[in-house]
Design a protein around this ligand. Structure first.
Ligand code: NCD
Length: 332
């Protein structure tokens, strides 16, 4: 099984182009910028009255969600449809695996239906890598969030949103606030922000919600909002991911809100033109005040819209990298 730490042997073809999209680890600035530029070109498609381009015409995309999702699943579905693919949505918790079929058997059946791409969400870190390793070479795997490990398309739609509002990454200070420990989104965001060259990535959280190796990810750590939000350009709030918490990591939600919830008062510490982001789902009154979530600095709904364009970009790039790899491997 491929280890998530050596992803590029799997996710890049011989020309260094994406054929799967599993993680941002090891991807360079040029590749991330290409994803953002490609996504920019798809934003225009979303504004047309006929929102379709033929890039994935005749291809079959299977959304394989082993864990619940609303935004991510539906924006992947819309992205695939706007690229003219045929789309199958499989909610695995209500399908064959719950009847005792193994993951490999489910995958073999889907491959036998001549699927070209699997979009995978799984509660286990590394599951999309495992699937990329196990399926036939002509299926592309896109990671839609695995355990606490990575959520690369979410991070890239966040980067697109930052670039739209701030123009460039150089010179920016970005703060990520809250439950970093359980967040695959934060891990992918930290990687993307550092690769794209922001000045500083900060994390603001109580010690109990930070991974032990946090500093090695290239961030500065703050334990108060007053210090951590001082003069930042971008604030990214995270949900308390209670479904992944073992034991009591927090005194109470009320106390968390008092200390780390983003309120109108705490937003004052940041730059006046700072933007407020959240991957969703938001919990009003737990990590963010309604007046902030719905306020003029919030770009939370722009993030959702950008999710479609970024997912179109990643799917079309992976499909073309896959096709190139297959034709290179096919004897004359
Ligand atoms: C995130 C996820 O599933 O990792 N949400 C998302 O994809 N929009 C974050 C979360 O669940 O809090």
């Amino acid at each position: 099984m491929a280890h998530p730490k050596e992803p590029n042997r799997l996710q890049l073809n011989d020309q260094g182009r994406l054929r799967h999209f599993l993680t941002l680890d090891g991807l360079d600035r040029a590749t991330l910028t290409e994803i953002l530029d490609t996504a920019d070109s798809f934003i225009e498609v979303g504004a047309r009255s006929i929102k379709k381009v033929p890039l994935l015409r005749g291809k079959t995309v299977v959304n394989l969600f082993f864990e619940a999702s609303t935004r991510t699943r539906s924006t992947f579905e819309l992205a695939a449809k706007r690229l003219s693919a045929d789309v199958l949505n499989l909610n695995i918790s209500t399908s064959a695996t719950s009847k005792g079929e193994s993951l490999s058997d489910t995958l073999q059946n889907l491959e036998a239906m001549a699927s070209d791409m699997f979009v995978v969400r799984h509660s286990q870190s590394g599951a999309p890598h495992f699937i990329a390793e196990s399926v036939t070479p002509n299926v592309s795997i896109i990671n839609a969030g695995d355990g606490r490990h990575a959520h690369p398309t979410q991070a890239m739609l966040d980067m697109l949103t930052i670039r739209q509002h701030k123009g460039a990454f150089e010179g920016l200070t970005v703060a990520i606030v809250g439950d970093i420990l359980h967040s695959r989104v934060a891990r992918s965001q930290i990687r993307a922000l550092n690769t794209l060259g922001v000045s500083e990535v900060r994390v603001i959280a109580p010690n109990t919600l930070l991974p032990v190796d946090i500093e090695s990810l290239g961030v500065s750590v703050f334990s108060t909002m007053k210090e951590g939000l001082d003069a930042v350009d971008v604030i990214i709030m995270l949900r308390l991911q209670k479904e992944r918490m073992e034991g009591a990591l927090l005194p109470s939600e009320h106390e968390f809100y008092e200390l780390y919830g983003l309120t109108t008062e705490k937003l004052e510490y940041a730059k006046p033109d700072s933007i407020v982001m959240h991957p969703g789902p938001i919990n009003r009154g737990v990590e963010i005040e309604s007046a902030v979530a719905d306020g003029p600095q919030s770009v939370i709904l722009n993030q959702v819209t950008n999710g479609i364009a970024v997912r179109m970009a990643v799917m079309s790039m992976a499909m073309s990298g896959q096709t190139a790899a297959i034709s290179a491997a096919t004897p004359e």
